[in-house]
Design a protein around this ligand. Structure first.
Ligand code: FUB
Ligand code: ZN
Length: 676
């Protein structure tokens, strides 16, 4: 690489997202998800299982006050294992115990992170007041040494960091840091940031290469990227070093998780397989295949990319590139979903991408976007942004209903509702979105991603603004000490016309790098000056900027029929419909029952139709095709009979955007359709 690009996302305070499409999603998060989650965190949602999240912080805070009141006389609780998910025996009388999943604290952290981002786009004093009070509750739980994880504060500190593999302390720590930084950057208030710093210093006093410190690393990654964020916010290099320690320590011998869990080691068996789940089977620089729990994996790779960028570590960057390629070339669904199997919520083997048993957790696609943005920060190459866009408009948005009130954890590419109930292999697949989840990782992850979407659309370095996603926005960038004002107008994802107005105000050397999406074969540009040049999928525009310049881009959005590599057994003989960044699917509501009897005429010309799914105006695609008609005589012949060509009738198939499916009640859906 010529040099390390080291670009940064734009601060959300520099940008106002005005985009019709994304603004609506952000408004749903602001008006539906954030308030609902606050109620959920406080166990006030009627009919929903309690979260216990804020309650745990209150119990831990109460214990702190007792400790202060009693001083020496205070008796620390001895560690009591209360299970990965502890529920009260007597719900009427839960007492001062920890309840919920061991990582329940992280729900608050994701919530406050989303609140922070949302406040940058939509100031809301009432919400800020609620958030400040929540922060008071959380900070009151912090221990004198800086430790802040309610599971161990309540159950007994003597076992702190004794089960890194399973107990998510460093995961909760990472989320707390992410939330605290976001809230500080949005509001300038540093109470939670100071708490996160104190916790980080405590973690730093326990882990590291120095003699006497623990040589472990997180069982569920995220601390790696969170520590980098803390370093970038505070300028304290020790946080970057701690992140690098966690990254490099992973997978080294002896396996830390074996030392921690000798009971898991089968006698005489030198077996790295059991460490795949945590990506701890090999030192990360030697890892070439994405394995194990998919969310953990992409969170780790994101942290690796951060550390590689900041330390200009070519070896680590090379590992990130190999892992990226492995995911995108062998293990990713067309929708940007990753993690094909529910067994361990994990990556499966190469090209194993079943549609109806897919796991494709919403959080995993979100993590893929984190990884993509970090790879873009190192080297602006459109192949990362193309995947980011694919995941955002498809496998991530499918996680939330059009009304922002129901969610998918699992995002399959084919659903027959009866199978979800009758086939235990598909029990993880829900035919309709759910209100919330006991393990509520996905909805708040969606909230924090959507409300910070502007920081994925653009990155910058001193002289260049990189436009990765065409998203209506108004933003200001500094170049050579001068402000450049930029206004992007776009009707993505339905229309590929984009206008960018630039007021460069005499800023010399300012450049725009405009992504050329992989889904269009040609494009047109006007107003880009004499010599715009293409590099790594971006059009670089550098010109004598006037008082106001307008650049117009036109990306034709044609309907494309896509096939998968022949090695993907599930998709052979089938095609998927795409248009621009949108992946389409057939839904029973438009095409009748038994979608498997439909086939598409691959030679016929599809048409685009203005359509509405539950009030959401979209572009649907109409394709001529066929429906196999019942042959009553043949039916009587039983399960198997001599082959004869099927009788079929001509039909018009309507494909709707995948992210809009399951908003019209329970019904069948499929992305991959047989082609004639
Ligand atoms: O373990 C914490 C979160 O819960 C993971 O990221 C998700 O996959 C879910 O298992
Ligand atoms: Zn999740």
């Amino acid at each position: 690489m010529e040099r390390w690009a080291n670009t940064a996302p734009l601060s959300l305070r520099q940008i106002q997202v005005t985009d019709t499409f994304w603004k609506k999603e952000m408004e749903l998060v602001r008006t539906e998800v954030i308030p609902y989650q606050w109620e959920a965190l406080n166990d006030r949602v009627e009919g929903a299982a309690p979260s216990f999240c804020m309650r745990n912080f209150k119990v831990a805070g109460k214990m702190n006050r007792e400790r202060q009141r009693l001083g020496q006389a205070y008796v620390e609780p001895a560690y009591t294992f209360r299970g990965f998910e502890a529920l009260p025996e007597d719900p009427e009388n839960p007492g001062d115990h920890f309840y919920g999943f061991v990582f329940q604290d992280s729900d608050f952290s994701k919530w406050i992170e989303a609140v922070g981002y949302s406040l940058t786009q939509h100031p809301d004093p009432a919400l800020e007041a609620v958030a400040d009070q929540a922060i008071d509750v959380v900070c009151a739980a912090q221990q004198p040494d800086g430790y802040l994880d309610t599971y161990y504060i309540i159950n007994g500190r003597d076992k702190t960091f004794s089960n890194l593999r399973d107990h998510h302390e460093l995961y909760c720590f990472g989320h707390l840091v992410e939330g605290a930084v976001a809230y500080y950057q949005a509001t300038g208030k540093d109470k939670l940031l100071q708490a996160a710093v104190r916790f980080a210093d405590y973690v730093g006093s326990c882990f590291g290469p120095e003699e006497g410190k623990c040589k472990g690393y997180p069982g569920h990654e995220i601390a790696e990227m969170a520590l980098v964020r803390l370093y970038e916010t505070t300028g304290e290099k020790k946080y970057l070093e701690l992140s690098r320690f966690f990254v490099d320590q992973r997978g080294t011998r002896p396996y830390y998780f074996d030392l921690e869990h000798p009971e898991s080691v089968k006698k005489g068996e030198e077996n790295a397989l059991r460490h795949f789940y945590h990506q701890a089977h090999l030192p990360v620089r030697q890892q070439e295949e994405a394995v194990g729990h998919a969310v953990r994996a992409v969170y780790l790779y994101s942290g690796m990319a951060d550390v590689a960028r900041l330390t200009e570590d070519a070896g680590l960057y090379a590992a990130c590139q190999k892992l990226w390629d492995n995911i995108v070339e062998k293990k990713m669904y067309l929708t940007g979903g990753i993690g094909a199997t529910h067994m361990g919520e994990a990556f499966s083997f190469a090209y194993d991408l079943p549609n109806d048993t897919a796991y494709a957790e919403t959080c995993a696609s979100i993590g893929l976007v984190f990884f993509a943005r970090r790879m873009l920060q190192i080297a602006p190459d459109a192949r990362y942004a193309n995947v980011m866009e694919r995941a955002l408009y498809n496998g991530i948005l499918s996680g939330m209903a059009l009304d922002g009130r129901n969610f998918f954890y699992v995002n399959p590419l084919e659903v027959e509702p009866a199978a979800c109930r009758q086939d235990a292999r598909k029990a993880h697949v829900k035919p309709v979105r759910q209100k919330w989840f006991g393990c509520a990782c996905c909805p708040p992850n969606l909230a924090r991603l959507i409300s910070s979407i502007g920081s994925y659309a653009f990155t910058e370095n001193e002289d260049t603004l990189f436009v990765h996603l065409y998203m209506g926005s108004v933003l200001t960038k500094k170049t050579g000490g001068k402000d450049v004002d930029i206004c992007v107008e776009s009707a993505f994802p339905w229309n590929g016309e984009v206008r960018i107005r630039v007021r460069a105000n005499g800023a010399k050397g300012f450049k725009l790098a405009l992504r050329l999406p992989d889904w269009c074969d040609s494009y047109a540009v006007e107003g880009a000056g004499e010599n715009p040049c293409e590099k790594d999928g971006y059009l670089y525009v550098q010109k004598e900027w006037g008082e106001e310049d307008t650049i117009s881009l036109s990306f034709p959005m044609e309907v494309k029929l896509v096939e998968a590599a022949p090695r993907v057994r599930e998709d052979i003989g089938r095609i998927a419909v795409t248009r621009g960044p949108i992946v389409y699917c057939l839904e029973e509501a438009d095409n009748g029952k038994d979608l498997h009897l439909l086939s598409l005429d691959g030679a016929a010309a599809p048409a685009v139709e203005d359509f509405c799914v539950c009030g959401e105006p979209v572009k649907a695609v109409l394709c001529p095709g066929y429906r196999r008609v019942a042959d009553e005589a043949a039916e009587k012949e039983g399960l198997y009979r001599p082959y004869r060509p099927a009788r079929k009738e001509a039909v018009m198939l309507r494909f709707i955007p995948y992210y809009t499916w399951a908003n019209r009640g329970e019904n069948e859906m499929q992305v991959w359709t047989r082609v004639e």
